[in-house]
Design a protein around this ligand. Structure first.
Ligand code: PGA
Length: 253
């Protein structure tokens, strides 16, 4: 059985005091909540402070990106080892904002996936189509290309460590959420791709999150879909009440 994973992507939001306050609120409220796994991904500069708050709790710390090189002259970049040093267990890779605003490609994301896995970090690998791609009937082809490119040379054992996040780009931060039918259909396709590339046992273990305008009011329906194993939450992860509302809406697994 796949345990639901709810992850908060804080993106480039909050200041230090707000980040600490939000983590503190989550820690206070989540301590008795066991039915889902919870992760939060603050901006790099607040990882240390948030890590201190989360110390000793079951809430996992994640980062929003990393560079694939181990160390060296890469001004402005952050290595996976640095994330491990901060107490991170997860790292979001290939988020659509990095793909489409910052020009990240599948080969680069693939290097990051391998670098993260080598350090014991669990990638949350994001895939998803643009509105024009969906309208042109290319959703399946787009996510297949992203999966194949980003997961090149990943072994079956490594695949089990990876979380996939399906995030239709047109649903991110727009308030437009995918319908249950749209989400389940792509999630089922993704699981079939994993089964075809690996085997049914791996496909049965990999968690596939949905992301894009998830909020307390729509989380229950999305999270009850057979192939939706969690949510990657942006805007609604910035308020403890909303984020915990999503957690509360998750069916018991
Ligand atoms: P959103 O963002 O929940 O604000 O739509 C989701 C994401 O980008 O991960």
């Amino acid at each position: 059985m796949r345990k639901t994973l709810i992850a908060g992507n804080w993106k480039m939001n909050l200041n230090r005091a707000q980040a600490i306050a939000l983590a503190t609120d989550l820690k206070g409220e989540f301590s008795t909540e066991k039915k889902v796994d919870l992760a939060i991904c603050p901006p790099f500069v607040y990882l240390d402070a948030v890590s201190t708050v989360l110390n000793g709790t079951s809430i996992s710390l994640g980062a929003q990106d990393m560079y694939f090189e181990k160390e060296g002259a890469f001004t402005g970049e952050i290595s996976g080892a640095m994330l491990g040093d901060m107490g991170c267990h997860h790292v979001i890779l290939g988020h659509s904002e990095r793909r489409h605003i910052l020009g990240e490609t599948d080969p680069v994301i693939n290097k990051k996936v391998h670098a993260a896995l080598a350090l014991g970090l669990k990638p949350i690998l994001c895939v998803g189509e643009l509105l024009e791609e969906r309208e042109a009937g290319k959703t399946q082809a787009v996510v297949r290309r992203q999966m194949e490119g980003s997961l090149k040379d990943v072994s079956a054992a490594q695949m089990e460590e990876i979380v996939i996040a399906y995030e239709p780009v047109w649903a991110i931060g727009t308030g437009k959420v995918a319908t249950s039918q749209q989400a389940q259909s792509v999630h089922a396709d993704l699981r079939m791709m994993i089964e075809a590339c690996y085997n049914p046992a791996v496909a049965g273990k990999v968690r596939i999150q949905y992301g894009g305008s998830v909020k307390p009011s729509n989380a229950g329906e999305l999270l009850s879909l057979p192939d939706v194993d969690g949510a990657l939450v942006g805007g609604a992860s910035l308020k403890a009440e909303d984020f915990l509302g999503i957690v509360a809406a998750a069916p018991a697994t």
